[in-house]
Design a binder for this molecule. Structure first.
Ligand SMILES: Nc1ncnc2c1ncn2[C@@H]1O[C@H](COP(=O)(O)OP(=O)(O)OP(=O)(O)O)[C@@H](O)[C@H]1O
Ligand SMILES: [Mg+2]
Length: 488
C-alpha cells in the first residue's frame, strides 16, 4: 500500500484529497502545517509528499528544504496558486518531483501522483542480483543463472561502482528497465534520485523541454519557465528509456551534457551544470539508426561506453524454470501459497519461443493463476499459442485433467496468433524426436480437439477447422479418431 502525506492548511483541500484518493491501495495522511508534516514523516514514512507552498509558519519551500535533509529521495510535489509559480520553479531546483497549479485538474493530479509513486518505488525497492528465492517475502531481483545472464551480472557489478554511461539493449520485455534499476541500486548514487523518462512516450517537440527545461516564452505555450529532468536530477541517475527516437537537436544536447555536463534550457542563454549519471535503453538496433543517419554516431559511441545486451528469453531457456518459480511466488503474494506446476506444463513453457520475453512469461503466469481451478497450473490453463508447444510435446496432454475446462470459445486470445512461432516450437520437438511427423501429428490433434470442443458435432467441428464436413470425415477415418474419442 502506498502512503501519501498531504501538507496543507486548508480544510477544503484536505477534504477533496480524501475524496480523490479514496482507494484501498492508498493511505492518505494529512498535516496542517510544514512543522506537523516534518514531525509526521519519520513516523509514517510516506512514499510521496504533496505540500502547499503558502502556509502559515514554515512555507512549502522551507518544508521541502528540510524534507531533503531528512530524506534526499522522498518525492515531493508542491502545490501552488497561479501567481506564485516562481517559487514553484525554485522548488524544482531544490529537487521537488514536480509542481501543480491550483485549482487542480483532477485527472492530471492522479497521473502525477501515480508517476511519482512509481518513481518512489523504483528508488525504494532494491533490485538484487541474487534474490533470496526461499524467503517468504521475496526480493525484487534479476533472475537468471544462465551463462548469458552471468555476463550481464558481471557488467552490472563492474559499472555500478562507476559513473559510466551505460547503454542497455535487448528485445521488449527482456528486463532493460529492471537492469537499469539494479545498476542504480548498486551504485554510489543510490541515496540520490533516480528518474526514468520514456523518450518514446513524449512528443518529439516536447522531449527537449522535458529533459532540459525551457524559458518563459521559448515557444508557443511556454507560459512560464520550466525546469527539466537533467537539472532536477542533479547528482542523481537519469534513466533514458527508448532512446532510439529523438530529434537531432535533443541528440546534440544530450551529447554535450554527457561530454561536459552542461546545457541550456530551451530558449535560454544561461549555461547550466548538471552532474547526472545516464543509463539509456532501447529495443531498437541503434547501429542501424546510425547507419541510416537517424542517430548521431558520436552520441552512439558516447552512450555505448558500457553496453549491456540482454538476451531474449528463448536464448536462455534454462532460466525459465527459475523464473516460473520466482513469478509463482511473487504472484502468490507474501504469505500466499504459490501454485504448483508439473513437468508437462513447464515443458511447454520451456518450448515456447516467447516473443514478449520475460514480461510475456509473467503475464502468461498471471493469467494462468486466475484460470487454474486447483492448486496446480495445467497445460490447459496456458494461452493458445503456448498450448501449441504442449500439443507438440505429446506426453503433456496426459496432464490435462478431464475436469479442466477447455478455454471458452468466446474468449479472445491475449496476444495475436503467432503461427510462425508455433511452427518453430513444433520443429524443435521434431528435431528432438525423429519419430514425430509434425504435419500429420498437428492435423490429428486439431481434429480431435475440434471434436472435443464441439462435443462431437461434426458440422461445428468442421466449421471450427475451416474445412468441409466431408474432409473432416475423411480425416477422422484416416487417423482412426473414432476410437480415440470414445476413450475420452
Ligand atoms: N531477469 C528477470 N528477472 C525477473 N524479472 C524480470 C527479469 N527480466 C524482466 N523481468 C520482469 O519482466 C517485466 C519486463 O521487464 P522490463 O520492463 O525491465 O523490460 P524492458 O526490457 O524494459 O521492456 P520494454 O522494451 O518493453 O520496455 C518486468 O515486470 C520485470 O520485472
Ligand atoms: Mg522498458
Amino acid at each position: 500500500m502506498d502512503k501519501l502525506l498531504l501538507i496543507d492548511d486548508e480544510v477544503d483541500v484536505q477534504y477533496s484529497f480524501r475524496r480523490i484518493f479514496d482507494s484501498p491501495e492508498l493511505e492518505l495522511h494529512t498535516a496542517s502545517s510544514g512543522e506537523e508534516g516534518l514531525r509526521l514523516i519519520p513516523k509514517i514514512k510516506p512514499d510521496l509528499v504533496l505540500s502547499d507552498i503558502r502556509m502559515a509558519g514554515l512555507n512549502g519551500l522551507e518544508t521541502l528544504r528540510r524534507i531533503r535533509q531528512l530524506d534526499p529521495k522522498l518525492p515531493v510535489i508542491l502545490m501552488t496558486a497561479y501567481g506564485t509559480t516562481q517559487t514553484a520553479i525554485e522548488a524544482m531546483k531544490l529537487g521537488a518531483y514536480d509542481y501543480l497549479l491550483k485549482p487542480f485538474d483532477v485527472p492530471k493530479l492522479k497521473v502525477l501522483v501515480a508517476n511519482a509513486l512509481k518513481a518512489a518505488r523504483d528508488m525504494k525497492q532494491a533490485v538484487s542480483l541474487q534474490p533470496m528465492l526461499e524467503a517468504e517475502d521475496y526480493d525484487v531481483g534479476v533472475i537468471g543463472r544462465s551463462e548469458r545472464m552471468q555476463e550481464v551480472f558481471k557488467l552490472v557489478g563492474q559499472t555500478a561502482a562507476t559513473d559510466a554511461t551505460v547503454l542497455i539493449t535487448g528485445e521488449s520485455g527482456t528486463g532493460k528497465e529492471l537492469v537499469a534499476r539494479a545498476i542504480y541500486h548498486h551504485s554510489r548514487r543510490v541515496d540520490r534520485a533516480f528518474l526514468a523518462i520514456n523518450c518514446a512516450a513524449i512528443p518529439e517537440n516536447l522531449l527537449e523541454s522535458e529533459l532540459f527545461g525551457h524559458e518563459k516564452g521559448a515557444f508557443t505555450g511556454a507560459a512560464m519557465q520550466r525546469i527539466g529532468k537533467f537539472e532536477q536530477c542533479d547528482k542523481g541517475t537519469l534513466f533514458l528509456d527508448e532512446i532510439g527516437d529523438m530529434s537531432p537537436t535533443t541528440q546534440t544536447k544530450i551529447l554535450r551534457v554527457l561530454q561536459n555536463g552542461t546545457f541550456e534550457r530551451v530558449g535560454g542563454n544561461e549555461t547550466i551544470k548538471a552532474d547526472v549519471r545516464v543509463i539509456a535503453a532501447t529495443n531498437k538496433p541503434l547501429e542501424e539508426a546510425v547507419a541510416a543517419k537517424q542517430f548521431r554516431e558520436d552520441l552512439f559511441y558516447r552512450l555505448n561506453v558500457v553496453r549491456i545486451q540482454l538476451p531474449p528469453l528463448r536464448e536462455r531457456r534454462d532460466d525459465i524454470r527459475l523464473l516460473v518459480d520466482y513469478f509463482l511466488r511473487k504472484l502468490a503474494g507474501p504469505g500466499g501459497k504459490p501454485k504448483s506446476m508439473g513437468q508437462a506444463t513447464l515443458s511447454s513453457l520451456e518450448a515456447y519461443h516467447w516473443p514478449g520475453n520475460v514480461r510475456e512469461l509473467e503475464n502468461v503466469l498471471r493469467r494462468a493463476m486466475v484460470v487454474a481451478k486447483g492448486a496446480a497450473i495445467l497445460p490447459a490453463d496456458l494461452p493458445m499459442e503456448v498450448m501449441a508447444a504442449t500439443l507438440a510435446a505429446r506426453p503433456a496432454a496426459m496432464e490435462t485433467s478431464p475436469s479442466a475446462p477447455a478455454p471458452a470459445a468466446s474468449s479472445t486470445p491475449s496476444a495475436p496468433l503467432d503461427l510462425p512461432g508455433i511452427a518453430r516450437a513444433l520443429f524443435r520437438f521434431a528435431r528432438a524426436d525423429p519419430k514425430l511427423k509434425v504435419l500429420p501429428a498437428v492435423e490429428r490433434e486439431l481434429v480431435i480437439e475440434a471434436l472435443k470442443e464441439t462435443k462431437g458435432n461434426q458440422v461445428q467441428a468442421a466449421k471450427l477447422l475451416g474445412i468441409t464436413r466431408a474432409t473432416l470425415r475423411k480425416r477422422v477415418d484416416k487417423f482412426g479418431i473414432r476410437q480415440e474419442l470414445a476413450v475420452h
